[in-house]
Design a protein around this ligand. Structure first.
Ligand code: 26V
Length: 821
């Protein structure tokens, strides 16, 4: 291999140094003296990419073997984060390259800082997809990620006068050295028009789709290297372009300006990532995005499969396709169309192939987040898919009627079409019916899925349902983010824990070793100092690294209850105001997270946090004992400074609302203790680390349901809790808003009169649990012990474990080691 790629795959330090210099000159077109920071970053990125390339080519060659099965992970979001540092770690080159750079007078951190992260996702769901790609490669599973190459990812957040201001994310501005454009890999994707029946040569009834418009999808590939293996999988993202020659429906033939318009229209499809906003049912462009990337991806798989001479009736033994939520669920109808209309298969065998190919992961129970599309919109864009969905539905409802004779209510509930008012296509039902496996993302979530949202489906086909508790990659979230802790752990138990984190259990025998505990605290303190420095840079606020760092970072949403955290802060503040000698445990409350631009309440919560911060941070009675910080623009890049610096992790969603959570895992793996509800994966984290090492509070999911059923009255909790009253009074009096009593009244009114997420019901229990946190923190030896045990027992939450389960139970795939010869 070395022969054909010249010297660039040479991993020796001398080789790397030479390749780097070549890239400065030949790729960036600079003499070393004239090179900018970005030139140097780009040259280093290309040097590292060169190292990936022959691993990548060897891996892709394997994908072409007929006897192996490939996982296709279909996701509208991949929240990858910066590549450079991660690739260096996975290659095992981090130390060498750092030292070599140093010898050249370069600070490698400065080059890392230069990288713009691809923010092609909203939060947990997109980051999960990125962790899963890392684990698939690390476990040497042949896999492809398929998604959308958004020109603008998640917006950048600025905080101005306490409010969130959004800026477009221009991640491609300075070029992207990690992707390789594949202009020769393109597919046509059709929209609109009508269908037409015809007879084929054998006289069989067929349907063809005569579209109104066609868009071209172009592939952009990013290599995804596993940890210390040669497997380098591929993330293929699609960009929309105009087709070169387009036969317009008569009216604008020869119309140059019309053609240019058309070009803009086409390229719009992959312009921008949609935020998790209010319900999106009406957003045509979003539905177009979904179909666009799904169609390109499925056409790509069919092409690859046919190239190998594969027989489409055996497609499902070569591809396992996972639907990351319902965003790609239209794939069920699209694969049917490709098999039946485009490849002449009969319905029944095509349906069998389809069901055997797809698996579906559900990521939310929130009714407003379940995707449904108005039938008119859907049929207008995809007339053929609409027919296919009706046919799937007809056959499916026949089965329902067979199984449950006379139960027409059930038929209506299970139909792929919601006909209770305006008619909608229910994407979760389509995904469920068209998949052989359906899973939730934590034990509790899967149970609620079976009992509530997909109950009828579970009753009819229980064998499809299974749980796959989420996981996160210890490479990015421990090794890369927390080098100090990683060194300490490796010094004690060796480095095998990085790919086998169950080995972390071996740390347990050191919990009583005072020297080890001392070291453990020293590492945490270093991390807190680093975060304190960053906080000063980004916000101007001075925080004390010896105070407890109490952190809540995640998207802003009422169900995540950042405002419950704020109520606690105000309660502590009130105690100090009442008695300035009150013995409060010094704490720094840190928040971070983006609010969807159209989400009014979430934006008010950000303003509330900043307003409370302004008052608390400058009150001389508080005297620096409490500090409140809103860390702007929380993203994957700055997450690495946040998780390792936490003493306390806030996981306080209303029970039953957070499907899993993954931030909870990132914190705990870095030695934070959790204060949390029995929600999502918190339940399992508590089981693993031990109830005595977790601060539990609040209603259970069952309590929440029954309270709701019996008519929840937030006022009752308000009336019976004077401290709560004083907290609410502080807000509504205008104390935090220069006397303005209107500013936060929407928040206060929502709590007092609706309180959909039951903050008031949980307030008392939360205060009690926070009291226990304080008590534990005052005993630093005890706290350290708990912290060590958390890390030692978090092995289960590695994404490697999750991916092994998907491979065994759903995808039926095996590792295929890649050799470089
Ligand atoms: C979407 C929307 C859209 C409409 C308005 C409200 C709303 C709320 C939430 C969502 C998110 C839907 C899917 C999602 O991102 N789920 C997250 O998936 C993570 C990975 O499995 C999991 O850890 C989080 O608990 C879950 O919220």
């Amino acid at each position: 291999a070395d022969v054909c790629v010249g010297g660039r795959s040479d991993m020796s330090l001398e080789g790397l140094r030479r390749t780097f210099r070549e890239h400065v000159f030949y790729t960036q077109g600079r003499f070393p003296m004239g090179a900018s920071r970005n030139d140097l970053y780009m040259a280093l990125a290309y040097t590292v990419r060169d190292q990936l390339l022959h691993r990548w080519i060897r891996t892709v060659e394997q994908l072409g073997r007929e006897d192996i099965k490939i996982v296709s992970y279909l996701s509208a979001e991949f929240l990858l984060g910066p590549h450079l540092e991660n690739n260096l770690i996975n290659l095992g080159l981090y130390e060498d390259v750092r030292r070599t750079a140093e010898e050249e007078g370069l600070d490698i951190q400065v080059l890392f800082d230069q990288e713009e992260e691809p923010g092609l996702g909203n939060g947990g769901l997109g980051r999960l997809a990125a962790c899963y790609l890392d684990s698939l490669a690390t476990l040497e599973i042949p896999a492809m990620g398929y998604g959308i190459r958004y020109e603008f990812g998640i917006f950048d957040q600025e905080i101005r006068d306490g409010w969130q201001v959004e800026h477009t994310d221009q991640w491609l501005r300075l070029g992207n050295p990690w992707e390789i454009a594949r202009p020769e890999i393109t597919y046509h994707v059709n929209f609109g028009g009508r269908t037409e029946p015809y007879e084929d040569e054998q006289g069989r009834y067929r349907v063809r789709w005569i579209p109104y418009r066609t868009v071209k999808g172009v592939a952009y590939d990013t290599p995804i290297l596993g940890y210390r293996v040669n497997t380098c999988n591929l993330l293929r993202l699609w960009k929309a372009e105009a087709v070169e020659s387009f036969e317009f429906e008569a009216f604008n033939v020869g119309d140059y300006y019309g053609a240019v318009d058309q070009k803009i229209y086409s390229e719009n499809i992959t312009k921008v990532l949609y935020p998790n906003d209010e319900p999106i049912q009406g957003k045509q462009l979003r539905l177009e995005q979904q179909y666009f990337f799904v169609s390109c991806s499925l056409q790509d798989m069919v092409r690859i499969y046919k190239l190998l001479g594969g027989d489409l009736s055996r497609f499902s033994s070569h591809f396992a396709i996972q639907l990351n939520d319902t965003h790609p669920a239209i794939g069920v109808a699209e694969l049917m169309r490709l098999l039946v209309d485009e490849n002449g298969m009969d319905w029944e065998p095509a349906w069998e192939v389809t069901c055997n190919t797809f698996g579906y992961t559900n990521h939310t129970l929130l009714p407003e987040a379940l995707e449904k599309w108005p039938v008119d919109l859907f049929a207008g864009l995809f007339p053929r898919h609409m027919e296919i969905i009706y046919e799937i539905n007809r056959r499916f409802l026949d089965e329902v009627r067979n199984r449950f004779p006379g139960d027409e209510d059930r038929v209506a509930r299970m139909s792929l079409i919601d006909e209770s008012g305006e008619r909608y296509v229910r994407m979760a039902h389509l995904a469920c019916v068209g998949s052989h496996a359906v899973n939730g993302v934590a034990e509790l979530h899967t149970r609620l899925l079976k009992e509530e949202v997909l109950r009828d489906f579970y009753e009819m086909m229980p064998e499809k349902f299974n749980n796959k508790t989420n996981g996160v990659t210890p490479r990015r979230f421990v090794v890369l983010s927390n080098p100090g802790l990683s060194r300490l752990i490796t010094g004690k138990i060796g480095e095998t824990w990085v790919s086998r984190p169950e080995e972390l259990r071996r740390l347990e025998k050191f919990v009583d070793d005072p020297a080890f505990r001392e070291e453990w605290r020293r590492v945490k303190l270093e991390n807190k100092k680093n975060l304190a420095r960053l906080i000063r840079e980004r916000t101007g606020i001075e925080v004390d690294p010896s105070s407890m760092f109490d952190i809540q970072v995640k998207r802003l949403h009422e169900y995540k209850r950042q405002h419950l955290n704020v109520l606690h802060i105000i309660a502590l503040y009130n105690r100090i105001k009442q008695d300035p000698a009150y013995d409060v445990c010094p704490r720094t409350f840190i928040f971070g997270g983006k609010a969807a631009p159209g989400y009014f309440m979430a934006k008010r919560i950000i303003k509330l946090i900043n307003s409370v911060a302004d008052v608390v941070n400058h009150d001389s009675d508080v005297n620096g004992r409490l500090k409140v910080v809103f860390f702007p623009d929380f993203n994957v890049k700055n997450a690495k400074f946040i998780y390792p610096a936490a003493d306390l992790s806030e996981q306080i969603s209303t029970a039953g609302k957070e499907a899993s959570g993954t931030g909870n895992m990132k914190f705990s793996m870095n030695g934070a203790l959790t204060i949390g509800t029995l929600d999502g994966a918190n339940v399992e984290i508590r089981e693993e680390v031990g109830a005595e090492n977790f601060f539990l509070f609040g209603l259970t999911a069952e309590d929440v349901t029954s309270l709701q059923k019996n008519g929840y009255q937030p006022m009752e909790y308000y009336r019976s809790n004077p401290e709560l009253q004083a907290v609410i009074e502080r807000i509504s009096s205008g104390y935090f808003s220069n006397g303005d009593q209107e500013l936060f009244s929407p928040l206060v009114d929502s709590l007092l009169f609706h309180d959909t997420f039951m903050l008031l019901a949980d307030f008392g229990a939360y205060m009690d649990a926070q009291r226990q946190v304080e008590e534990a923190y005052r005993d630093q030896e005890r706290w350290t012990r708990m912290s060590i045990l958390n890390v030692a027992r978090m092995g289960k939450f590695s994404s490697d474990r999750a991916i092994r389960e998907y491979c065994k139970d759903i995808w039926k795939v095996e590792p295929v080691p890649v050799t470089l010869e």
